[in-house]
Structures are given as C-alpha cells and as structure tokens.
Write a protein that binds this ligand. Structure first.
Ligand SMILES: Cc1ncc(COP(=O)(O)O)c(C=O)c1O
Length: 398
C-alpha cells in the first residue's frame, strides 16, 4: 500500500459546511445563469487607487525580495499607528506580527495559545474558521449560545453559563461575522472583568472594526483594565480597504506570544508578499477618506436591505451595527413547503432560494445555527433591489 495516510489532525478538519451551496452558486454563475449572489464575504469595491499605486511603486523600486518574516519595519510602524488611533493602545514593533491575512494571524495565535485539551469559548453564531482552528490546535471548542433576547449581542451572562474548569480562552468577534452584532462598551467592560476573574486569554478579531453604523461605539477589549497583557488583537486591511486579495493581516499583543507566533510564521510561510506590505502601509497611513466613503455606501445598502427584508414573509433580521451582513431568522419556514419543496433547515432554504428565485445566500449551518441564513449587502444597490424583489416574489410579503 502507498504510505499516503492523512494524519488524524487533518482528517478531522471539516471542509466548509457551506461548500455544497457555494459550489452550486459558482457553477450557475459560471454557466451564465441569472443568479444574484449575496454570499460574498468581501467588499465589491476596487482597492482605492492610492493603494494600488503604492504597490506599483514598490515593484518599480525593487521591493521584490524577502522581507523580515514578521513584516517590514515600516508596516509594523504603520500598524502601530493605526492601532493607537483606533483603539488608544500603544504597541511596540516587537508586539506586532504581520501575516498573510487575518485568518493567518488567527491561526498563528491559536497555535501559540491553545494547548491540547484546552477549552476555548466560541460565541455562536461564529465565523466558520474559529472552531476548525481551535480543533487544529487540539483544543476543545466550548460553544456559547447567545440568549435570544439579546438579539445576537454577546453578554457576560452567556459566557458565565458555559465557562468550565478546562476553559483557557475566549474568541471575540465584534463586529461579528455573520450577525453584524457589535458589543457596546458596557458589555465589553463586563466581559473584560469576567476574563480577568477566570484568568483567560482573549483572541479579539476586530477585522470589521472600521465598518460600524448608527454612532455605535467601537472599542477594543484590549483597552479595558488588565486585558492588554492577555489579549491578542487581530485585524487587517481586507475588509476596511477592499483588499481581500492582497492578503495582509496583523496581530498585536504581549511580546512572548507575538514572538512565538513569529517563529511559527518564519518556519512556515515566511513573510507576506513584499508588494502587498508596501500597499498596506499606504492603506493604513494614507488618506482614510475612501474607508469612510465605502462605509457610507455599506450603511445605505444596510438600511435599504434591512427594510426590504423585514417585509418578506417569514423572514426577520435585527438591525446589524457593523460589518456588511444581515443575519436572517428563517425559523418560520421550517416545516413549510415552498413550491412543493419541504424546508427542514437552513441548507434546504438556501437551495430553494437559489433554484427557485436565483438568489445565493449562505445557510446558517456553517455558523453553528440552523434556522438562520446570512446575506451580504456588499453588492450594488441594483442587485440588492433585484434580490429583494425575487425573494418577495417567491416567499410573499408580510
Ligand atoms: C470574522 C472574520 N475574521 C477574519 C477574516 C479573514 O480576513 P482575511 O481576509 O484578512 O484573512 C474574515 C474574512 O471573511 C472574517 O469574516
């Protein structure tokens, strides 16, 4: 027999549970079918011009060689300045690591902090990657359902109900993908106290921190008393600067952890692309007006889509305060038939919406909740209007 036995570690790694619907959406689009795709987890805008120009200049100036594995000094300075402006926390360059996207930063952090058997609190709904990365590090996922009356906003009571003897850490994501929920400063203060009382570490994924609405206050948990020394803040340029393809993310936290993460990175991927790093310097330190312009567009689309969606029969979504998603409660459709097709969970509904209305959505199953689905409003106003018309025609209005 050929000795190609996949390790248990990778054999248990799940492919994305939403892959089937994802593959179908992509296939239909490739075949030129009439589908409005609301599944994308990325801005539809082009990367702003000044950032693109910075990349071209970097190429022309020969910035095409290896950089320090953990990122250029210039980019670390830019990250430090941006973090200080946005969170009020000052980090030294040795407390910052630049990686190949925030997902890579998260992976490095999990490998540094999660020991075999460690419990990690993961609020539900969660971004699909967190539980898989915890398991990759041989940790134990401790899911934390959020009480329904809180409309998706995690509170300390939810954590208190799930913390166990083996809990060592917490993954926070505010604003949250998929729900768009933002934890306000009071809530964060209570969570911070809980974290200190239970002697936990926190990985705080703040990738949507620049995309918040309705005067909602965005704060980093790392800024609360006692938290800086036990928190790894993860962020990046993908969402705020429409740079998903450039692959630049970063982590900031206590030096020993950042050093361990940097060592892992230096022995695995080495440095993120030199040219993308130069572009990220421009993104973080240059004119921030494009970020605000995109945020305003998202806000306008958010309000429009929310208004339309909440008038469609059997669908309800709370008003999200951040990111660019609506988290839609579809439980009223469970057990019902649509055009003769029985809906038993979110995957069924996603297929029905795709096949009967030509609208692509992401079923909640991948985010740990089976009676919801996620739509992204990071697409044009015309397409959003078209998608809402289609859903209304198929499901009716209320
Ligand atoms: C919550 C969350 N964290 C991290 C990421 C990864 O971002 P990046 O593109 O920088 O790897 C995403 C991307 O979808 C996300 O939604």
């Amino acid at each position: 027999m050929v000795p190609l036995k996949i390790t248990e570690r990778l054999a248990r790694l799940s492919p994305s549970p939403t892959m089937a619907i994802d593959a179908k959406v992509k296939r239909l689009l490739q075949e030129g079918k009439d589908v409005v795709n609301l599944t994308a987890g990325e801005p539809d805008f082009d990367t702003p011009e000044a950032i693109r120009n910075a990349a071209v200049a970097a190429m022309e100036h020969g910035e095409t060689r290896y950089t320090p594995a953990g990122g250029t000094a210039q980019l670390k300075r830019a990250v430090a300045a941006r973090l200080e402006a946005d969170t009020g926390i000052a980090y030294a360059p040795e407390e910052i690591l630049v990686s190949v996207g925030a997902k890579h930063s998260l992976y490095n952090a999990m490998m540094a902090l999660v020991a075999p058997g460690d419990g990690v609190l993961v609020p539900v709904p969660y971004w699909v990657t967190y539980p898989e990365q915890v398991r990759l590090a041989d940790g134990v996922v401790e899911p934390v359902p959020i009480a329904p009356e809180r409309r998706g906003v995690l509170a300390v009571e939810d954590l208190a109900a799930k913390v166990s003897e083996s809990t060592r850490g917490l993954i926070l994501n505010s604003p949250c993908n998929p729900s768009g929920a933002v934890i306000e400063p009071d809530g964060l203060a209570a969570i911070a106290e809980f974290v200190v009382d239970h002697d936990l570490w926190v990985i705080s994924d703040e990738i949507y921190g620049r995309l918040i609405y309705e005067d909602t206050a965005q704060r980093s948990i790392a800024a609360f008393p006692g938290l800086r020394e036990r928190t790894i803040v993860v962020n990046g340029v993908s969402k705020a600067y429409a740079m998903t393809g450039w692959r630049i993310g970063y982590a900031a936290g206590p030096r020993p952890v950042i050093t361990a993460m940097a060592n892992l990175q230096s022995q695995s991927t080495s440095n993120p692309t030199s040219i993308a790093q130069a572009a990220a310097v421009e993104a973080l330190t240059g004119d921030q007006a494009p970020v605000e312009a995109m945020r305003r567009h998202f806000d306008e689309r958010r309000r429009y889509t929310l208004g339309r969606l909440n008038r469609i029969r059997g669908l309800v979504a709370p008003s999200p305060r951040g990111a660019f998603y609506l988290w839609v409660d579809m439980h009223a459709w469970i057990g019902q038939e649509i055009r003769g097709r029985l809906v038993t969970h979110s995957d069924d509904l996603a297929f029905v919406l795709l096949e009967e209305a030509g609208v692509g959505v992401v079923p909640g199953s991948g985010f740990g909740v089976d009676d919801h689905f996620r739509i992204s409003y990071a697409t044009s106003n015309d397409l959003l209007a078209d998608a809402m018309d289609r859903l209304e025609r198929l499901l009716g209005s209320q």
